[in-house]
Design a protein. Structure first.
Length: 151
């Protein structure tokens, strides 16, 4: 019985540990979140979109994408429900429908743990920090993100 308790505590700590993703998933996550960030300049957003579309600009500077919290949900009873809330400091952006599903699916691909309640499945994270290094893209690297567990 004592071993089961220890195993459960260990699994809970592992689930709450910070996580990382890199490569194409990190680029997708940074490009999607960055596109909605009120903290990013229009040129940086355009550069991210260009990178995500497959074109690496010459002499592009590194890009940082940050979000304090992201919570997405999808309905598993009402299957038309798709919604995400992105928090950037005091500013909040809400996505619905196809745009929310795009981010939700990217969070799943990035390995964000799912949680469910009341007919909905949640994907949530905190402290998202992505670094995109255009000079390293094309060699299998150049995109890294870290995040904490959702609350």
């Amino acid at each position: 019985m004592r071993r089961i308790g220890l195993l459960a505590a260990t699994l809970a700590l592992c689930a709450a540990a910070p996580a990382n993703t890199s490569g194409s998933v990190a680029l997708a996550l940074a490009a999607i979140v960055g596109g909605y960030s009120p903290m990013m300049s229009a040129p940086a957003k355009n550069e991210l979109a260009t990178l995500f579309d497959g074109t690496v600009p010459a002499h592009a500077a590194n890009i940082t994408v940050k979000a304090d919290k992201i919570v997405c949900l999808a309905g598993n009873v009402d299957i038309t429900v798709h919604e995400c809330t992105l928090t950037f400091g005091a500013r909040t952006v809400t996505l619905q429908g196809r745009r929310a599903h795009e981010l939700y699916a990217t969070l799943v691909e990035a390995g964000v743990p799912s949680d469910g309640a009341a007919g909905k499945i949640y994907e949530a994270l905190t402290a998202l920090a992505c670094t995109i290094k255009p000079a390293d893209i094309g060699s299998g690297g150049g995109a890294d993100c870290s995040y904490g567990p959702g609350n």
